[in-house]
Design a protein around this ligand. Structure first.
Ligand SMILES: [Zn+2]
Length: 88
């Protein structure tokens, strides 16, 4: 986990204070990185100041398949986790 400036998920308004790369924990967040909100699965991207904004589906589908596949897999994992949480 790497600390980021406090920001807020535009979809669920969860506070976001950190980011992590699941494949390589040594990677630090940088502008333009794409991420997924762990509270609502909204796809996010990092602004220049490392706050986040919503990433549009147009942007998602403009990604190279090599970047889009892991993103969609990760989002699916978050959705599965959220469904388990809500189902209790
Ligand atoms: Zn969210």
């Amino acid at each position: 986990m790497h600390r980021t400036p406090d920001s807020e998920c535009p979809a669920c308004h969860s506070k976001i204070t950190a980011a992590a790369n699941l494949d390589d924990a040594s990677l630090v967040p940088s502008p333009g990185d794409v991420s997924v909100c762990i509270e609502c699965a909204q796809i996010l991207t990092m602004n220049d100041d490392l706050t986040v904004r919503a990433y549009s589906w147009d942007e998602v589908f403009a990604l190279e398949i090599e970047a889009r596949d892991p993103l969609m897999n990760y989002r699916a994992a978050v959705l599965t986790r959220l469904e388990g949480k809500n189902g209790q």
